[in-house]
Design a protein around this ligand. Structure first.
Ligand SMILES: Nc1ncnc2c1ncn2[C@@H]1O[C@H](COP(=O)(O)OP(=O)(O)OP(=O)(O)O)[C@@H](O)[C@H]1O
Length: 268
């Protein structure tokens, strides 16, 4: 693989839970490599360690309860030894994050506009007016109607599907190299699921963003991912190209997940 193409390289990422009786492993050494513009699917049932993996990548684990080790490189830069301040700059600017429940991503007492503009200004030198213009353009790009009006709304005034698209607009606006999408469609109905997946796919194609897509749903993964890792009990048990994994699953657990998947189609 051409090194210049590698956006994220994770080596021996381990997480342990600190308990009174000693450290309990939550994540066995994980290896991941994401190329530019690639969608990497991380799949597995509830509690297998998907969220712990992405929190460890972003260094968002609770330091008193968990410890992690290993190497995480983003565009060649090692993240594991950066200061907390440098890491804060990277989150949001170089790594975008889309979470399962968009309502949790926004503070209920502030308008969408003030939160969007604040995020942009934290990471750039934009004036308020410039940030507002950028926010409007990003919302329009996500095909959200009347973006200027939308900025004046509060999160609870939007449907789940709209709010999820606002979150994608926020997380993609600064053109991060990597977006971590943790169950981005689980809280949505089927129509909104498809719309959100289509938008993610389009943004990846247009901007070459790499996406780490976390899901328990192999139907979603099959539509989006190029490469897939299957996780069980904190361990990656199988990893392959999406066609290889779906046509020739090696592990019994993968076969079980495949048999349980719902049918979705992006129409391509
Ligand atoms: N703060 C915490 N304290 C103690 N244990 C935790 C904590 N967070 C996660 N765990 C444990 O780590 C394991 C992995 O959890 P994780 O949330 O990563 O699973 P997941 O695959 O993301 O599941 P889901 O799909 O339900 O979000 C689980 O056994 C969980 O109980």
């Amino acid at each position: 693989m051409d090194v210049a193409e590698i956006v994220l390289e994770v080596r021996d990422l381990e997480v342990k839970l600190k308990t009174a009786k000693g450290a309990v492993p939550l994540l066995e050494p994980v290896q991941l490599t994401l190329k530019k513009g690639q969608v990497f699917g991380l799949v597995g049932e509830s509690g297998c360690g998907k969220t712990v993996t992405c929190n460890a990548l972003m260094r968002l684990l609770h330091p008193r309860r968990m410890e992690s080790s290993g190497s995480v490189r983003l565009n060649g830069r090692e993240l594991s030894n950066l200061s907390e301040e440098d890491m804060r700059r990277i989150r949001g600017r170089d790594i975008g994050f889309i979470m399962q429940n968009p309502m949790n991503a926004f503070t209920p007492v502030y308008t969408i506009g003030s939160q969007f503009i604040e995020t942009l200004r934290t990471h750039t030198k934009m004036s308020k007016a410039e940030a507002r213009e950028q926010a409007i353009a990003a919302l329009a790009d996500m095909k959200l109607p009347d973006p200027a009006k939308l900025l004046k709304r509060y999160p609870f005034q939007l449907s789940g599907g709209m709010l999820q698209r606002v979150m994608i607009a926020v997380s993609m606006c600064l053109r991060p190299a990597l977006v971590i999408a943790d169950e981005p469609t689980t809280a949505l109905d089927v129509v909104n699921q498809l719309n959100v997946l289509r938008e993610l796919d389009r943004l990846r194609k247009e901007h070459g963003t790499s996406i780490l897509l976390i899901s328990h749903d192999l139907g979603v993964i099959s539509q989006m991912a190029d490469e897939v890792a299957v996780m069980q009990k904190g361990r990656i048990i199988e990893q392959a190209d999406v066609y290889q994994l779906f046509d020739h699953p090696q592990h019994e657990y993968t076969r079980m997940l495949l048999n349980a998947r719902p049918k979705l189609s992006l129409g391509h």
